[in-house]
Design a protein around this ligand. Sequence first.
Ligand code: KQY
Length: 363
Amino acid sequence: MSKKLHTIPALDNFRMPGEQEAHEGIWMAWPERTDNWRFGAKPAQHAFAEVAKAIAKKTKVTMVVTADQYDNARGRLPEHIQLIEMTTDDSWMRDIGPSYVVNDKGVRRGIDWEFNAWGGLVDGLYSPWDKDDAVAKKVCEILEDDSYRAPIVLEGGSIHVDGEGTLYTTEECLLHPSRNPDLSKADIEQVLKDHLSIEKVIWLPLGLYNDETNGHVDNIMHVVAPGEVALTWCEDPSDPQYAISRKALDALETATDAKGRKIKVHKLPLPGPLYFTEEEANGIDMCDGMAREPGERLAASYANYLISNKHIIYPLLDEKTDDMARDKLAELYPGYELTGVAAREILLGGGNIHCITQQIPKL
Ligand code: KQY
């Protein structure tokens, strides 16, 4: 049995664990919409299946899939990937799934944020989005976990937590007029404190250049461990990412976290720059929300990786930089298994491996 709760998670003594803590499972959603995924979503389905198989080396994977795609997904996924029929609008489980909180008595609960497809009627990427907005609650019901409906629009990819009281986000996204225009920065911080039991918010000014999520933090940096982050870095002063990464570094280096630590920043290489090819852009159905032009810059970043049970599943994006990214991740995560997955097809949809996965904490 799963209940909708009307209390405050922090007052109930629940906190959001860091991604580096143990997971019971990872949830994903099967891609199919042809105005986001080229060629009938077949190349993206292949990439999602490879991500699922990689994660499943160490962690149970559950994939939700619409009724129309059930047989196709079942045929393309190995038996050990659990498949659950669920209606969705698209496939970004990080953003539509629950953010989980846990207490010290071995109980977990889901936070079900309001979802408006990255901007609702202001600059959202598709409409309607009601099926995606219903996913977090359905996941909690299937897992028989109670949930809280949080009173703000927020996507899971717009926050990172370290599990020890610090949350990282961007002003570009959380203060964007398309999310919670009636709330101040202080109001938003209070909702985050109330729902995730964090004590300190570290605000980066901007997310990755040309990211259609309005600058999700998970596409520019990742928490490595409490007090340590990996930041996408750019060495080319003529690239718009150069100034964005420097501003982020400044915000991180001048902050202290909830425990009073200075933050150690590790630099991740930037792939590319990568752009939509003509063939890629032409393979996607036209629509109102998502602009896909040949030559458009892709929001490509190695920071968009998943940590699951001492395993790093990271995107392969550019032959020139993939090895550098792997070496850096190997240095940051000694003793962890590392698996790179070819991820350009996920990138073409507007995100990457972290955006398509959501962890369920182990109790
Ligand atoms: O979290 C994400 N990066 C999702 C991006 C959604 C893009 C929809 N085309």
